[in-house]
Design a protein around this ligand. Structure first.
Ligand code: ATP
Ligand code: MG
Length: 397
């Protein structure tokens, strides 16, 4: 029955003369998201974006479209071209179409309705308000008392639009994630571990329109090929939202060894974290990223106390975005479940940090002591070496 989707976007609308850039990006991102399903006609009309469904199942298409960042809601609609200039004929068509939508709602168990109309074609004899009353009457007469009109608190609204070239009727809006279209707010390098947090952090930043590339640190052969596969799987889920993900894989083993031999055991986690940040920053610069992203949250583990975060932060000059900073683990888990990364994140695999974790890490590291501890290391040489051996994969959904 439904032959198109209306895509509703919120914040994009307030971007003034940049609006068309956002809309065009959104259209491109919708097409990309739908690529695995097939080729779809996605276009702008009267300041709105439509997706033509063709022979596809609307629920299946909607499920994909609503994942595109920048979309606040998706509505399955019946959209029919007007056959002629005869506006009375078009109005008749609109009423019949509205009836189809209402009948479907009745079948779904809906108990009351209200009509909301829009007169896009100003040459029509009725105002929008009059149209609503008139169509409401028509629908009541055709449904034989199966469903009453309820103006204050209707269970469903039947939306009817009489436009210059077509008529549109629909009722439901399925919520999207909001945010902004990917690629409208620069690029960030996200430190992706195999845990629960960093995929959520990456997703949240991507939701704000930031293109995200990932960097993962491993200590192969101490960490297994399977743990790398898990990170790839997480990147693949992110790619569902981001188009594709460039995954940089860096072996931290030589660095961990050097740190282990030369630095105090309790400072190992912080010092390795500082190495990760520095490497991410270097690679980020090469990739023209504007910021780094981590899944850190205040006080979650020893290295994420304010003092720990201060020491980590001091290792780089690029801005570091920590979208989870004030979130509880339970809140992070809720997002992870919604976006589909949770099940993969909880697969037990060793992480390079857990392999070399000190038994009693410092919880209040002092930056000057950490720096003094690092002074015995050839920091630049170790970093250059690790980057030189880095491997890169492009992960697509
Ligand atoms: P969880 O707490 O669920 O294990 P996590 O791995 O994200 O998630 P931490 O181990 O405390 O949490 O790490 C903090 C942050 O540091 C991560 O969110 C991630 O951004 C970065 N990080 C940690 N380990 C790695 C790694 N092996 N590769 C890339 N980034 C990492
Ligand atoms: Mg972790």
């Amino acid at each position: 029955m439904y032959n198109a989707l209306i895509v509703k976007y919120g914040e994009i609308g307030i971007k003034g003369k940049n609006r068309y850039i956002f809309e065009n990006k959104l259209i491109k991102n919708i097409k990309n998201m739908l690529k695995p399903l097939g080729k779809f006609d996605v276009y702008k009309e009267y300041g709105r974006v439509y997706v033509e469904l063709g022979d596809y199942d609307y629920e299946e298409v909607m499920e994909e479209v609503k994942k595109v960042f920048g979309i606040v809601g998706v509505c399955p609609v019946i959209k029919l071209d007007r056959k002629s200039d005869d506006i009375e004929e078009a109005y008749q068509l609109l009423q019949e179409t509205a009836l189809k939508v209402l009948e479907e709602k009745i079948e779904q168990g809906c108990k009351s309705f209200k009509v909301e109309s829009r007169r896009g074609d100003k040459s029509f004899r009725m105002t929008s308000q009059e149209m609503s009353i008139d169509i409401g009457g028509y629908l009541l007469s055709k449904t034989e008392g199966k469903i009453p009109v309820e103006l204050r608190n209707p269970e469903t609204k039947i939306k009817c639009e009489l436009r210059e070239h077509n008529v549109v009727a629909y009722s439901d809006t399925v919520p999207g994630y909001g945010g902004l279209p990917i690629g409208t707010n620069g690029k960030a390098m996200s430190l992706l571990s195999g845990g629960i947090d960093s995929p959520v952090a990456s997703w949240m930043v991507a939701k704000r329109g930031v293109e995200v590339e990932c960097i993962h640190f491993h200590t192969y052969p101490f960490t297994s090929e399977k743990s790398m596969e898990k990170v790839r799987d997480l990147a693949r889920i992110l790619a569902k939202y981001c188009g594709k993900v460039r995954l940089h894989k860096v072996n931290l083993l030589e660095i961990q060894k050097a740190v282990g031999v030369n630095c105090k055991e309790e400072a190992m986690t912080i010092i390795s974290r500082r190495f990760m940040m520095r490497i991410a920053e270097e690679v980020g610069k090469l990739r023209r990223c504007d910021a780094l992203v981590t899944g850190e949250s205040i006080g979650q583990v020893a290295s994420q106390t304010i003092q720990g975060l201060t020491c980590t932060n001091a290792s780089v000059s690029m801005p570091v975005f920590r979208p989870l900073i004030a979130m509880d683990k339970t809140e992070i888990i809720d997002v992870a479940k919604t976006i589909g990364t949770f099940e993969t994140s909880i697969i037990p695999e060793e992480d390079c940090c857990s392999v070399f974790a000190p038994k009693r890490p410092v919880t209040k590291p002092k930056l000057d002591r950490i720096e003094a501890d690092e002074a015995s290391l050839d920091v630049e040489g170790l970093i250059a070496d690790a980057i030189e051996k880095m491997e890169v994969e492009i992960i697509e959904f």
